[in-house]
Design a protein around this ligand. Structure first.
Ligand SMILES: [Zn+2]
Length: 259
């Protein structure tokens, strides 16, 4: 019996570090998004010591294989082998900002103890795309795909209020109702955001697009801006909280480091 209990407390899983904070003098507490057990809080003891082998691995964005020991509130990382540390995300402020945004979204939507393998794979692909490709486009694709995966994709096949086709002018997007509103219905939600038909069509296209082929997708500046605005408000509404990294991206773009 004792042996069996021991086996259950030790476990291994592939994971991505989605949040890090320093703890005491030498430790870090991290949030892992694991392939097999969803979100896990764990402590990496001694990882901030100069000589620690874990020092370079226990960092935001690291993808690796973790051995853990289950605790009451907090698990302990006993071993880690890094697979990918995504150095490009640490060397480029824009990539880092969008990377922080992606993992903050994962942290917001991932469920502790529950495997969400599709979301795990999507996150990994997007971290790679951020390094190699267009960071803003990657973030827009990630937002749309995560909403689709979790069943929160807004209704875009017609007006979410009356069902009529969305055409012409006066179209808005309602976060509260979860979709586009036609000119007649846009007064149903006074907080809804004016947007073009092209933007709603692109949102629909993004939710179905093969993310590995993101580099061939053409999205003009206006559509990008509108999708960014719509999705950040819609996601905030879904999460019921503000995202720190989204504020940071806005600050960067206001001082024109981004965009
Ligand atoms: Zn309508």
């Amino acid at each position: 019996m004792l042996k069996e209990a021991g086996i259950m407390r030790d476990y291994r899983t592939e994971g991505i570090i989605i949040r890090v904070r320093d703890y005491s003098e030498a430790d870090r507490i991290v949030t892992l998004f694991t392939k097999d057990y969803g979100k896990v809080q764990a402590i990496a003891k001694g990882c901030r010591r100069q000589k620690s082998r874990k020092r370079g691995i226990i960092q935001l964005f690291t993808h690796g294989d973790f051995a853990l020991y289950r605790g009451r509130n907090l698990d302990t990382i006993t071993q880690v082998e890094g697979r990918e540390s995504f150095p490009a995300l640490r060397e480029d402020l824009e990539k880092m900002a969008f990377g922080a945004y992606i993992v903050e979204l994962v942290d917001g939507f991932a469920v502790p103890g529950e495997s969400q393998e599709d979301l795990f794979l999507l996150t990994l692909v997007c971290l790679h795309l951020l390094c190699a490709g267009d960071p803003e486009l990657t973030a827009r694709a990630f937002e749309t795909r995560i909403m689709d995966l979790l069943g929160y994709m807004p209704y875009l096949d017609g007006c979410v209020n009356c069902g009529q086709p969305l055409t012409g002018t006066g179209i808005t997007f309602s976060s509260r109702l979860g979709g586009g509103l036609c000119e007649v219905c846009n007064a149903q939600d006074r907080d809804s955001i004016a947007c073009s038909m092209g933007t709603l069509n692109m949102l629909k296209q993004l939710s179905k697009w093969d993310i590995r082929r993101l580099n061939v997708l053409k999205m003009n500046g206006n559509v990008r801006r509108e999708i960014g605005e719509i999705m950040s408000i819609y996601i905030m509404h879904r999460l019921e909280k503000k995202l720190k990294s989204a504020d940071f991206i806005r600050t960067l773009s206001s001082v024109q480091i981004i965009g």
